[in-house]
Design a binder for this molecule. Sequence first.
Ligand SMILES: Cc1ncc(C[n+]2csc(CCOP(=O)(O)OP(=O)(O)O)c2C)c(N)n1
Ligand code: SF4
Ligand SMILES: [Mg+2]
Length: 348
Amino acid sequence: MTEQIEAQGKRSGVNLVGLTKMDYKGNPSTLCQGCGHNSISSQIIAACFELNVHPEEVVKFSGIGCSSKSAYYFLNRSFGFNGLHGRMPSLATGALFADYTLKGLGVSGDGDTASIGLGQFKHLLRRNMKLVYIIENNGVYGLTKGQFSATADQGLELKSHGVNPYMPVDIAWEALIGHATFVARSFAGDPKQVKELIKAALNHNGVAVLDIISPCVTFNNIDQATQSYVWGKDHETALHELSFVPRAEEILVEYNENEVKEVQLHDGSTILLKKLGRDYDPTDRSAAITILEESNACQCLITGLIYINPNQPSMVDMYNLTEKPLNRLTEVELRPKRETLLELNNTF
Ligand SMILES: Cc1ncc(C[n+]2csc(CCOP(=O)(O)OP(=O)(O)O)c2C)c(N)n1
Ligand code: SF4
Ligand SMILES: [Mg+2]
């Protein structure tokens, strides 16, 4: 029956919750044409549409930057908070603690996360708040005219800013070392991989960090920059071909089962990872550390699901929260009972 409804939906361009792709769009983008951030917004729209997510069940977060502006360009019907520069993690932690029934989706930049926001980012990871955290990584502060960010390549020379003398921060590495339970790297020029990773991240019960190389065509798209389109296209090495299968759907594997690794998520949905040349296990933390080392040493852009731990409790699971989210409790429900107050008073 579900299959029939789905087939009918596909023909009419409507998904299982009766919405069209238009219902997931945002305002028209004011970013530069060709900016990687626009392509990521399109994949967020496609992922939410295909997952049959109600936009009203999503809350968007962002900080400051061209990347953070992109939260206006998708999911107009969702809730949204635009925070101070680098402060998205604390904003998201508070909001999602108040209403854990919403799906949290954050977009940030390399400046917003790895420069001013690095401290906040690290504390979000150790709390394992259930949030999809996308870093649109272009190596520069696009919004303020292209200064080097903390992820810029050492030795990179840009016309208006000279040579960057400092070592870069590797966001995926920081996430892994900081105990993130889902770490992925992708490239805005690989939309299929970006979309499947976003779908998997939206179903992960914890913090899901997606470090997506997203070229700034105006300030940092020179061929030698590791955050440019040319470099990404020439150096991308995908770890696996990745597909996300929601809980209710049957897994139809087209390829030899020996070549596929399945990772089961908390809610019963599955990530299927088809081997591409190497036998990589993203549930092995030391393998993840090694692959990031290798990626830096060989100067290649290794993409895919680098690490996942579906078993670590999220921040919400660690507290004895009310069944009804805190922000929906009425005054009457919040007020302690007379007997409880008396009992408390008697302890003084
Ligand atoms: C406290 C504070 N410091 C500095 C700024 C100026 N500023 C605005 S955006 C930005 C950097 C944004 O870079 P990034 O997060 O990489 O986003 P991009 O524009 O590259 O997408 C800076 C430094 C600010 N808005 N607030
Ligand atoms: S300045 Fe760079 S990051 Fe900002 S919109 Fe333009 S291309 Fe994108
Ligand atoms: Mg940037």
